[in-house]
Design a protein around this ligand. Structure first.
Ligand code: PNS
Length: 177
């Protein structure tokens, strides 16, 4: 039987529990799912590509049919390269619809055989976005429960280098006196 490979493209800056929710749903309906991080030269990201890839790899290590990759150029070209038949995207609210519809139809025009599949994340993530997570974290608000613990730690380290130093100290084996 033909196996369906899907890509889940995005910026993931940073990855959130909403992304993870969608990855879990996607991993159940596709044979293989590739989480594809866009190398976007126009944007100055908070997290480097390699940092985002490491976080996503850790978040998805329990899903045997999911892998993480980095791509540049057109999504349709990347999909062809990895032989994907579908693009997975999340729709949270009506406000996402217009942008997602435009992208899906443009991608269809560029590559008619590539289908976009929309899935809805769990209700509790319907207001969640990477942009809001960045903003709340940067302004000192709590992002607990919105991102995996490891992402929360990386965010705190990124925004406050003193926290990184403390984490490094906590991990260092103490000398016995
Ligand atoms: O997480 P994002 O930022 O909403 O993801 C947007 C993404 C990466 C899916 C979109 O910008 C994209 O596909 N970029 C690749 C370039 C491309 O194919 N552009 C035409 C899309 S219609």
């Amino acid at each position: 039987m033909r196996k369906v490979i899907a890509i889940y493209p995005g910026s993931f800056d940073p990855p959130t529990n909403g992304h993870l929710d969608l990855i879990e749903r996607g991993s159940k309906i596709f044979d293989r799912l590739i989480v594809a991080i866009l190398r976007n030269l126009d944007k100055a990201p908070l997290f480097a590509l390699s940092e985002r890839a490491l976080m996503l790899e850790a978040m998805t290590e329990d899903f045997s049919n999911v892998r993480v990759d980095i791509f540049d150029g057109l999504t349709v070209d990347y999909a062809a390269k990895v032989k994907a038949g579908a693009v997975l995207r999340g729709i949270r609210a009506i406000s996402d619809y217009e942008y997602e519809l435009q992208m899906a139809l443009m991608n269809r025009r560029l590559q008619p055989n590539l289908e976009t599949v929309f899935m809805m994340p769990a209700e509790q993530y319907s207001y969640l976005s990477s942009r809001l997570v960045r903003e709340v974290a940067q302004l000192g608000g709590s992002i607990k429960g919105l991102v995996p613990d490891l992402v929360e730690r990386r965010l705190r380290e990124k925004l406050d280098p003193a926290v990184k130093l403390q984490h490094a100290r906590d991990l260092k084996p103490r000398k016995r006196g």
